[in-house]
Design a protein around this ligand. Structure first.
Ligand code: 13P
Length: 254
């Protein structure tokens, strides 16, 4: 069984200086002995500062996006080797905000997944349904399509490098997290799809929940054996609440 994984997605918050300040405060509160895997995904512009600030810690660094080519005339894009060079070990892909505001579809996300994997960056693939889709009873179909599309032609060998984050779009930034039952149901579906399509053991892949996770609901969510950690937005911007969520994941092991 892998340890729980808590990923903090800073989205478009914090300059490099603010990031440095956050890490200074966070490391004072975070117990380095924690068995929980912790990853922070700051904006690109703060990666170098965090790489330096996290040198002697066990916290890993992720990017929030990557382009699918390794170099070339792609103005404004960032390649997997550039992220590796800044110490990133994983990358968030397919976030609903990229799908919604930047027109990313399953096909592009799939190319990014392959590119990341071929450069030893672990993809954290986000999937999740809109409120209308849930209300229309389409949740399972949407999740299946996003999973199979995003992970098309990924080998079984590479699958164990992948983390899935279930982020129902209606729960992101709304303060209305999915209930533990709602999340568990979708996580079970994701696990079943991974097992049947790639013959990957469920325990080999962590499935995170994301969407309004906070120190008040984390304990309950992590009680579900299907929920192997969290992808946290707003609550990860404050060192105190981020540490509390990591503490909930730690307690869930007892
Ligand atoms: P919130 O935790 O702010 O709802 O954001 C979740 C999210 O989108 C993390 O990627």
């Amino acid at each position: 069984m892998q340890p729980p994984l808590i990923v903090g997605n800073w989205k478009m918050y914090k300059t490099a200086s603010e990031g440095r300040e956050f890490i200074r405060d966070f490391l004072k509160l975070h117990t380095s002995q924690s068995p929980v895997d912790v990853v922070i995904a700051p904006p690109f512009t703060a990666l170098q500062a965090l790489h330096d600030a996290l040198q002697s810690s066990s916290i890993s660094l992720a990017a929030q996006n990557v382009f699918c080519e390794h170099e070339g005339a792609f103005t404004g894009e960032i390649s997997p080797p550039m992220l590796r060079d800044l110490g990133c070990t994983s990358v968030i892909l397919g976030h609903s905000e990229r799908r919604q505001h930047f027109g990313e579809d399953n096909d592009l996300i799939n190319r990014k997944v392959h590119s990341a994997l071929s450069h030893q960056l672990r993809p954290i693939l986000c999937v999740g349904e809109l409120l209308e889709e849930r209300e229309a009873g389409q949740t399972n179909a949407v999740i299946k399509k996003q999973l199979l599309g995003g992970l098309k032609d990924v080998s079984a060998e590479h699958m164990v490098q992948v983390t899935i984050a279930y982020e129902p779009v209606w729960a992101i930034g709304t303060g209305k997290a999915a209930t533990v039952d709602q999340a568990t149901e979708v996580h079970s579906l994701i696990g079943a799809i991974l097992e049947s399509t790639w013959e990957t053991k469920r325990e080999a892949i962590r499935i995170l929940y994301g969407g309004s996770v906070n120190p008040d609901n984390a304990d309950i969510l992590f009680q579900s054996p299907q929920i192997n950690g969290a992808l946290v937005g707003k609550a990860c911007l404050n060192p105190d609440s981020f540490v509390k969520i990591i503490g909930s994941a730690h307690r869930s092991l007892n």
